[in-house]
Design a protein around this ligand. Structure first.
Ligand SMILES: [Zn+2]
Length: 484
């Protein structure tokens, strides 16, 4: 780093140092320093090499025995289920029985609750996750992803409170979609949003989420195609803040008629939207795809959603071929993908595979085909899925689950799945996922126990530690309950 590359107005800068800095895009740096200017990273390197070149009056804030790494990215979550106190049990290994419990949960609380999304987003931040690929119920507004994060106390104003992200003024001419009028009849019921006041958050403020808000589409009846297109149009007419991109999430092969899936993919291609699709999640699903029989057929019949000739005679590869026509896609779960289907993913790198490790364990599936996927250089990224199948939204615990289940996979590679690879999967690689000049100043800092001083990756994956703090768009935050 040369001195000339550093601007000289000290108020804009924040210098963070720690025993280890993990840039992800390059090898770990012992005694590293990350220099931030406002909401961006401007330099990363060895402390002793960078200190002489820091702007005047920018003393490094030293975290000592700690690890600085990029903030994590949760590629698959349903924040609208963040009010589940614990995962619902899975009876006899049946995904359908679990889905019934999710439906009952939504009914019992009165449908979609925007404050639950806000609560989930707050929980993500507490665990150092600053971007999500969230599956949003119809009726969800980008505003539901706003928090007001109070800057950390004890840090000079000039270093802690930079320009707020630009907020788009609500367009009053655009009618907010009412999910009841656009959902096909008989679908999973989603009553009007409740008007419960927001709880007293740990960080009251108006910071929006980063990532992708995928509109969840459930449409098993072919005759509802026009309504689905209208639903998508209304979703896209909403004002989106700069940091939250729209995406489309046709739910799964058993809840979306194949003819409607084609139309949704056409919309994704036309509007250049990423797509997320649950696929090959359970054996029940494979049976349904093949034969049009089994518990999923019974579920559709019980809700008046079964029509002869719509489903059956298909395999996951048939869906992958369709999904590959979207500009970017997340194949969520893929627990039961065949070798031929993994080969297809390897040939289509704009499709990423999303592994939800603790959710996978909760359902008791056979071991995840992670090694087969990585051998093929498929991009595998990580998600928690919702609190209906995962005890919390602490994504680092999912990385640790990967480490325990696959001890031969290098910890560095596991971290990359939840940072740089995740950023690529969501279309955020130009701003997030690694500590590199020009990227967003989004990072998280973990403690480094003495026994792991020489191995920061093991410190993250082999302990149960929580973040000391995180930085988001240059704002510094002390997470609530950071230590248990
Ligand atoms: Zn999911």
């Amino acid at each position: 780093m040369s001195e000339s590359c550093l601007p000289h107005k000290s108020d804009d800068f924040l210098a963070l140092t720690a025993r280890w800095v993990l840039p992800i895009a390059q090898p770990a740096i012992e005694d590293g320093l990350v220099l931030l200017r406002r909401s961006k990273i401007v330099a990363v390197g060895k402390r002793r090499q960078m200190l002489p070149h820091l702007p005047p009056k920018v003393p490094p804030r030293d975290f000592g025995e700690a690890v600085i790494l990029p903030a994590l990215i949760n590629c698959h979550v349903h924040l609208e289920l963040s009010d589940c106190p614990r995962p619902f049990p899975v009876e006899s290994g049946s995904l359908v029985s679990w889905i019934q419990k999710v439906i009952e949960h939504r009914q019992a609380r009165g449908g979609y609750r925007p404050e639950v999304v806000t609560r989930g987003w707050e929980e993500c931040l507490r665990y150092g996750v600053t971007a999500v690929g969230d599956i949003a119920q119809p009726g969800t507004s980008p505003k539901d992803y706003h928090l007001n994060i109070r800057p950390a106390e004890g840090i000079p104003t000039s270093q802690r409170s930079f320009e707020p992200p630009p907020q788009t003024a609500p367009d009053k001419s655009v009618q907010k979609p009412h999910h009841e009028s656009h959902l096909p009849e008989g679908d999973i019921p989603l009553p009007q949003a409740a008007s419960t006041p927001s709880p007293d958050w740990a960080y009251p403020d108006t910071t929006p989420a980063k990532g992708v808000m995928f509109l969840e589409i459930i449409a098993p009846l072919e005759e509802k195609a026009a309504q689905v297109l209208e639903q998508i149009e209304l979703f896209l007419r909403q004002p989106f803040p700069e940091d939250l991109f729209p995406g489309l999430a046709p739910h799964a092969p058993y809840t979306v008629a194949p003819t409607i899936l084609e139309k949704i993919i056409e919309q994704a291609a036309q509007h250049k939207l990423p797509i997320a699709f649950h696929l090959a999640e359970s054996r029940e699903e494979l049976q349904f795809l093949r034969e049009g029989q089994g518990p999923f057929r019974q579920l559709l019949e019980s809700r008046g959603l079964w029509r002869e000739g719509v489903f059956g005679r298909r395999r996951p590869i048939d869906y992958l071929r369709r999904l590959a026509q979207a500009p970017r896609g997340l194949i969520v779960h893929g627990n039961y993908l065949a070798d031929e289907e993994l080969d297809f993913l390897a040939d289509h790198p704009h499709l990423s595979l999303v592994y939800c490790p603790r959710t996978h364990r909760h359902f008791g599936h056979p071991p995840y085909p992670l090694e087969k996927a990585l051998e093929r250089n498929i991009r595998v990224v990580l998600g928690t899925d919702s609190r209906a199948s995962c005890p919390d939204l602490n994504l680092m615990e999912d990385l640790r689950e990967v480490g325990r289940s696959f001890p031969t996979i290098p910890p560095f590679q596991i971290l990359r799945m939840a940072t740089l690879d995740a950023a690529v999967a969501l279309g955020w690689e130009h701003r997030l996922g690694s500590l590199e000049p020009g990227k967003d100043a989004d990072l998280v800092i973990y403690p480094l126990p003495p026994e792991y001083r020489s191995d920061p990756h093991a410190a993250l994956l082999s302990t149960s530690s929580h973040p000391l703090t995180f930085v988001r768009s240059g704002n510094f935050h002390p997470p609530r309950n950071s230590r248990r």
